[in-house]
Design a protein around this ligand. Structure first.
Ligand code: 1PR
Length: 523
């Protein structure tokens, strides 16, 4: 029996699902006594270090946890659950950690996008039972802005490189912990969890660990979901956001089934966009939450969900905050939430007042769940001008002239699935959202969506150069070569596609086979 320490601030459902999938029973610790009585304890930490330590103290979990750690019984910390073992973190300098191991947690100070999001390798430094059955060249899913700096090198189990080498797993006696998420790392991650559960494996150092690891470019499958005219929840796909064909909503499959297929085919991440979320409030749209719950039972890669994340007052006058909506999504198995229309509203308000209120969905969700949990989905469309002085917006000189031969354009943000254009450009939006606390940009493009003509490289470069958080290129992929092109001509960390995957025109495995040897990918 595994005991899970859940302090209530993130997606622990995935850990529960992964452990149950491996045939083990799991119980959630509700009291300090439950922690003390555990046979094997798993502590997945998510979000902000300070928030985690505060809740652990409020719940009076700190003392039992420290006692458990010195009991000699097996312990597996995950992500912030590993960071908690050290003295403290730059993320919350006033909060004391558990002080089990000497060292601190520091923010990445590298010339790369932060958070470090995606699949990276490990380089094992000592024998362990945790990696039994692995070759050593597998990749695992990371998502964090802070990393452990251990004072005692003997506790380092693995290192990973991201601008600098950092400690990506530790091991000391009964204590094992990983900065990466085994529960989100596909088959390799499940192997790590199984080794922890069984605890009968022999110690070894996997033979094929690289001396230097590399972050893989991610290939993401996106499922636009909505109810069709008969009320069935379907995966649909638009042409430049128009999802109707002969008057009917296109139906390309069932959300849970398709997500499962993409996991099997090697997707590095799966994104669900509830594309009518702007008018149907998600907490009344339970099927979408059900989709997430069912998907996360069998899909062990990160899941993002977007659509309708905003404050909302229902017909009975009851008010829900965006944070509550996000919380429900996280509880149901989401790792990240994606905010579209609401981000445009917030940025407009910030630009107008010159002030951040601290109350926006972006600020509140990132404060509780961490920046890495907040993705901004941008739906821009080109607006052509003859010269940059015709608009106050960030323009580019374009190689794709407008209908009247215009050589400049800006990228207008839209809301409500492209139905309404706003007076803010994608570059300003992305930059402002980063300041507000967003951890990643999902950059769609209405002009390219569903066209199969390739990604809009100009748009992507304009936005990518304006931010220091990771960017997902989206819209327009029509063949394997388009993925190589976007990685060659831009610095994006990942590329997303929908139509070609849904229609099986190109399989995710084929994209990866094509990219192999050209860019770093997870095979
Ligand atoms: O505004 O917070 O409620 O979120 C709504 C979300 O739904 C937004 O993220 C918005 O992008 C999305 N959305 C709304 N309407 C549509 C539509 O298509 N009518 N889909 C829509 C946006 C774009 C991508 C698509 C890529 C790749 N979809 O999801 O998957 O363009 O497609 P391709 O590879 O086939 O070219 P809120």
């Amino acid at each position: 029996m595994i005991t899970l320490l859940d302090y209530g601030a993130g997606n622990v459902r995935s850990v529960i699902n992964a452990i149950e999938k491996l045939g083990e029973r799991i119980t959630v610790a509700k009291t300090g006594r439950d922690i003390l009585d555990a046979e094997k304890l798993v502590f997945p930490g998510v979000g902000n270090f300070g928030n985690m330590m505060r809740i652990l103290r409020q719940k009076q979990f700190v003392e039992p946890l420290v006692d458990y750690l010195s009991s000699g019984r097996p312990f597996l910390g995950i992500c912030v659950g590993m960071q908690a073992l050290f003295a403290g973190s730059d993320e919350a300098p006033d909060e004391r950690g558990l002080c089990i191991l000497p060292g601190r947690v520091k923010r990445f100070d590298v010339a790369l996008a932060v958070p470090h999001i995606g699949w990276n390798g490990i380089s094992a430094q000592q024998p362990t039972d945790l990696f039994y059955g692995l070759q050593g060249d597998e990749k695992f899913y990371f998502v964090h802005s802070y990393h452990v700096v251990a004072d005692d090198p003997a506790v380092t189990l693995t290192t990973t490189d991201y601008g600098v080498p950092f400690v990506s797993a530790i091991q000391k006696d009964n204590i094992q912990a990983t900065q990466f998420h085994p529960e989100k790392s596909g088959a390799s991650g499940l192997t790590v969890l199984e080794n922890f559960i069984r605890k009968d494996r022999r110690l070894a150092i996997p033979g094929k660990c690289p001396s230097q690891t590399r972050l893989a470019k991610r290939i993401i499958a996106c499922l636009d979901v909505r109810a069709n005219d008969r009320g069935d929840l379907v995966v649909t796909k638009g042409d430049q956001y128009d999802v109707r064909e002969d008057g009917n909503v296109r139906n390309l499959g069932k959300p849970v089934e398709l997500a499962g297929r993409y996991f099997e085919e090697g997707a590095d991440e799966v994104t669900f966009l509830n594309i009518t979320g702007f008018r149907d409030f998600p907490l009344e749209d339970m099927p979408m939450i059900q989709v997430l719950k069912e998907t996360s039972r069998n899909v062990f890669v990160p899941l993002t969900i977007g659509g309708g994340i905003r404050d909302f007052t229902d017909k009975n006058g009851r008010t829900y905050t965006a944070l509550q909506v996000a919380a429900e999504y996280f509880r149901s198995g989401a790792d990240k939430v994606s905010i579209g229309s609401d981000a445009v509203d917030v940025v407009e308000a910030v630009l107008k007042s010159g002030q951040q209120t601290g109350k926006s969905a972006i600020e509140q969700i990132s404060h509780v769940y961490g920046n890495q949990a907040v993705v901004i989905s941008i739906d821009p469309r080109r607006v052509y001008v003859d010269s940059p002085d015709q608009t106050p917006h960030a323009t580019i000189e374009t190689a794709i002239p407008g209908p009247q031969g215009q050589r400049y354009c800006w990228f207008q943000c839209t809301v409500k699935g492209g139905r309404e254009g706003r007076d803010v450009d994608a570059v300003t939006l992305a930059r402002t959202c980063e300041q507000l606390g967003a951890g990643e940009i999902l950059l769609n493009c209405i002009d390219r969506d569903g066209t199969n003509t390739g990604f809009d490289i100009e748009l992507i470069n304009a936005v990518k150069q304006a931010v220091s958080i990771p960017v997902i290129a989206s819209s327009g992929a029509g063949c394997e070569a388009h993925f190589a092109e976007v990685f060659e001509h831009t610095d994006v960390e990942s590329a997303l596609a929908a139509g070609i995957f849904h229609r099986r025109e190109v399989l995710i495995s084929a994209v990866k086979a094509y990219l192999k040897g050209k860019v770093e990918i997870r095979l």
